[in-house]
Write a protein that binds this ligand. Structure first.
Ligand SMILES: [Mg+2]
Length: 425
């Protein structure tokens, strides 16, 4: 059953990553803040000087050939009407966090790559192209409607993180580019080799000296030749990444699922906050089951309203049994609350670690990752999942749901369950 499902999810696209890159991020933040700046050529500068360089340029400025790195003086020669705005890092960081929240509502963020770029891992049914595109569109829409209409994002979907980043860069603004494994190298052959992540000016120059200037030549290099040209293992890794295979350190980055929630005032007392931790844990459990995964550990972290945070983790035999996970969460909760020693909790985060596919075969010693699941629990959970999928999230839950209405009304990470159930059946 599991096996058949996995085969059904393999549409040949090999998609594993969703990469989000905000378009002209700092300039877009400024246009969002001040409507007078919208639709106009604009650059953002670090200091007020004619001799400094732009750290961002709006779409309108880019169309005139002004870009990040263009000197203010030269930019003004190109466009006398240019608006020059001094950077406000605090504002960009604030919006960065808002973007993380919005992405996190749709799919967990695996890696924050920069202030305006994040990578998310696609799992199970999310790896089907139509589903991955739908997730991307939801993220784009959420950012536009919940943060600001100027904040456009380009999204790349691909089998390796490097290719997903490449894809995100291929279409702007508001792009959605898919690089399917079964279509490689096709779309890559139109890319300037200096536009691949991992080919900086120095590498590009070295490649050029070796007579390699177009992507077709790049594609046909052998791994060992690439290692030689890159001067190290980076070359081999690039060879694999280009073919949609992540380098080992990315592959072995522990897969995880996280849910976190900043608590409204009424949920801050320890007992109310504990219920939040349990609900976040249950949500992780249902997401694991939907993805066809089990986890081998749980991490809990809490932040008090005064300075300070506490965290603890526990490893166990792989499971997707929410009741087992809740036992662990309860134990971790007690440890964290004791360590934090405050009566009011501001933020709760739960992470399932060490994910393994649910159909992983028993190992040589006959140990099966399914060992720590109570079949009765699993039947019950299957029924709960089915009902929640049919009648809406949180229809049926495990344990008490204190103040559910405020809870659901607040900005919470619970509605990560995609709204397009047809992808999840
Ligand atoms: Mg960007």
């Amino acid at each position: 059953m599991q096996k058949a499902q996995i085969r059904q999810w393999d549409d040949g696209s090999g998609l594993k990553w969703l990469y989000l890159d905000m378009n002209s991020f700092f300039a877009s933040c400024e246009q969002q803040a001040d409507p007078c700046l919208r639709g106009r050529p604009l650059i953002v500068v670090p200091v007020d000087s004619e001799y400094t360089c732009a750290i961002a340029a709006s779409q309108e400025a880019k169309r005139l050939g002004i870009k990040t790195g263009t000197q203010v003086k030269i930019a003004k020669q190109i466009c006398p009407d240019l608006k020059v705005v001094q950077a406000r890092p605090d504002e960009y960081v604030r919006i960065h966090h808002r973007i993380l929240e919005e992405v996190d509502h749709v799919i967990p963020v695996e890696k924050i790559c920069s202030i305006d770029e994040v990578a998310c891992r696609l799992m199970g049914p999310e790896t089907v192209e139509a589903a991955a595109r739908a997730l991307g569109h939801r993220i784009q829409r959420r950012i536009l409607s919940n943060i600001g209409e100027c904040l456009t994002a380009s999204i790349g979907l691909a089998p390796s993180r490097m290719l997903a980043k490449t894809a995100a860069d291929m279409q702007k603004p508001l792009g959605m580019t898919v690089l399917r494994r079964d279509q490689l190298p096709g779309p890559l052959l139109d890319i300037d080799i200096g536009d691949f992540p991992g080919i900086g000016p120095a590498t590009k120059a070295r490649l050029f000296r070796a007579g390699i200037s177009d992507p077709r030549q790049l594609w046909h290099l052998s791994p060992s030749r690439m290692r030689q040209l890159w001067g190290g293992i980076g070359g081999d890794q690039f060879w694999y990444a280009l073919r949609g295979v992540d380098p080992p350190e990315i592959e072995t980055e522990r897969g995880s699922i996280s849910h976190s929630h900043v608590l409204a005032v009424e949920l801050r007392p320890v007992e109310a906050a504990r219920a939040v931790a349990r609900r976040l844990t249950a949500k992780c459990g249902s997401r694991l089951r939907r993805m066809g995964y089990k986890c081998g550990g749980l991490h809990l972290s809490i932040r008090g309203t005064q300075e300070g945070r506490a965290q603890a983790e526990r490893l166990f035999m792989a499971t997707a049994d929410s009741f087992r996970m809740l036992e662990a969460a309860d134990a971790l909760w007690d440890v964290c609350v004791r360590t934090l020693n405050q009566t009011s909790i501001k933020k709760v985060s739960v992470t399932c670690m060490r994910l393994v596919p649910a159909d992983t075969a028993p190992d040589l010693f006959g140990y099966s990752p399914a060992a720590d699941e109570d079949p009765r629990h699993m039947r019950l959970l299957e029924a709960i999942d089915a009902l929640n999928q049919r009648f809406g999230k949180d229809r049926i839950s495990i344990g008490p749901k204190p103040k559910l209405h405020e809870f659901v009304g607040a900005k919470i990470a619970f509605n990560r369950v995609p709204e397009t159930p047809e992808f999840w059946e």
